[in-house]
Design a protein around this ligand. Structure first.
Ligand code: G3P
Length: 222
């Protein structure tokens, strides 16, 4: 996969329901115009309405370690796949999971031909996540999430340390970083540190002009 900008819609008002579709369309337009690899990660309830309207990949924010059956209220990987999702985040710092469930969910996604991105909070958890063989790990120090202070500038050692440990444990796994990313320079530094892209939310979702922010972020991919 080319270097990517992955936009987590979280549960912000600006990225819920019809507004989620509007934001996904902006991402789709920017991706088409620039050729950049942009992935959108809306709430489960918005996946279906978005996936039919855009060409860029749509991922889920979470799936549960369950199969078909009696699991009221859970998120079934088969269901998000049939709604059009091509992958899922797992273990986001706002949705932490048990190690055994992360491993099983990575396997569930792989069996369905879907991409897994396991989020981690430090180098030790990155090491553990890499051993579970996901497609990606995304290092996101929770204290920087939503601050506008970029992980790639404020904590470069945690990003490069994650890249190094993943190379040692499981070189097939690719590394992303996130937290506080707001501009192209943050993306450029993230790539310099050995990642293949960024995971971000508020910098775009809460922006007055999300399109302008996306265009700037993409400059960092060049
Ligand atoms: O999943 C991305 C996220 O946790 C980072 O959030 O708002 O700091 O870009 P933000």
């Amino acid at each position: 996969m080319d270097n990517a900008i992955i936009l987590n819609f979280k549960t912000y008002e600006e990225s819920t329901g019809d507004k989620a579709l509007r934001l996904a369309r902006i991402c789709d337009d920017v991706a088409r115009e620039t050729g950049a690899n942009i992935i959108v990660v809306p709430q489960v309830a918005d996946i279906y309405r978005i996936s039919g309207e855009v060409s860029i990949p749509v991922y889920a924010q979470h799936i549960d370690n369950i199969g078909y059956g009696s699991n009221t209220g859970h998120v079934l990987a088969e269901s998000v796949k049939s709604s059009g999702a091509k992958g899922s985040l797992l273990n986001h710092s706002e949705m932490r999971l048990k190690l055994a469930d992360i491993e099983a969910s990575v396997e569930r996604l792989r069996a369905l031909g879907m991409t897994s991105i396991v989020c981690t909070n430090n180098i030790n958890t990155t090491r553990a996540a890499a051993s579970l063989n996901p497609d990606f790990v995304a290092i996101e120090p929770p204290e920087l999430i939503g601050t506008g202070v970029s992980v790639s500038r404020a904590r470069p050692e945690i990003v490069s340390g994650s890249v190094d440990i993943v190379k040692e444990i499981n070189p097939k796994v690719r590394v992303l970083c996130g937290a506080g990313i707001t501009e192209g320079e943050d993306v450029r530094r993230a790539l310099e540190l050995g990642t293949c892209g960024v995971l971000l939310a508020s910098g775009v979702v809460k922006a007055k002009d999300p399109r302008a922010v996306l265009m700037d972020l993409i400059k960092g991919l060049e």
